[in-house]
Write a protein that binds this ligand. Sequence first.
Ligand SMILES: NC(=O)c1ccc[n+]([C@@H]2O[C@H](COP(=O)([O-])OP(=O)(O)OC[C@H]3O[C@@H](n4cnc5c(N)ncnc54)[C@H](OP(=O)(O)O)[C@@H]3O)[C@@H](O)[C@H]2O)c1
Length: 221
Amino acid sequence: MTVLAVVGAGRGLGAAVARRFGQVGFDVALLARSQERVDALAGELGAEGIGARGFAADVRDRASLSAALDRAADTLGPVEVLQYSPIPQPEFLRPVLETTPEDLAAALEFSVHGPVTAVTRVLPGMRALGRGTVLLVNGGSAARPDPRVAGTSVAFAGESAYGQMLHDVLAGEGIHVGQLVVPGAITPGDARTDPAVLADTLWAMHTERDGFRRLARDLDA
Ligand SMILES: NC(=O)c1ccc[n+]([C@@H]2O[C@H](COP(=O)([O-])OP(=O)(O)OC[C@H]3O[C@@H](n4cnc5c(N)ncnc54)[C@H](OP(=O)(O)O)[C@@H]3O)[C@@H](O)[C@H]2O)c1
């Protein structure tokens, strides 16, 4: 069975992507900090006919993230598609002049160490399969630094650089790495940023496997 792991899976985008991939036969590993919440979400998806299981992990705790991805692969099979999309914490979203080194260290743990840990853990399985997709999801400050949200602006730049480099070096191995940037808020009912619309975009990125970055809408919209 083919497996999608969503790192940072909640009721918004995480659930929508689980549905989109689940409808075409993927089993879905849902990772977030609360085992209770991912179990509840897995139960709801299961009632819709989607094979989903919850695995507790904190992306800022490398050991817990690695262990959860290992449990997911042991339970469901090797991860073919990895999506990294935890929702950033409020302290990463402070104005630049109010942002401390501690804020930046936490943002880097979240948006750089976390993705590197997750990719490092699933890459051997993708290589063994001979295929794979890594999908990074970020807000607009990944594409244009925003002094109102300094932590994400700095840390998303690192995540973007890591992803772009992975895109370039893994393309020849059948492993596609892409980044979806969502300027503004994810808004149910919006033609561009409804979670189901974004999930369709992520599915298209997985299947079309073209460039590295897609924007969900114009940065100035
Ligand atoms: N929401 C927006 O308006 C917006 C706008 C632009 C971009 N984005 C991007 O969209 C993605 C999120 O989509 P969404 O907002 O719809 O979220 P979602 O899929 O509904 O939920 C994301 C989940 O991330 C989990 N999470 C937060 N911190 C974590 C941590 N340290 N370790 C593990 N899991 C953690 C939370 O669960 P727990 O609390 O149980 O851990 C939360 O349920 C992110 O990539 C974000 O950058 C969102």
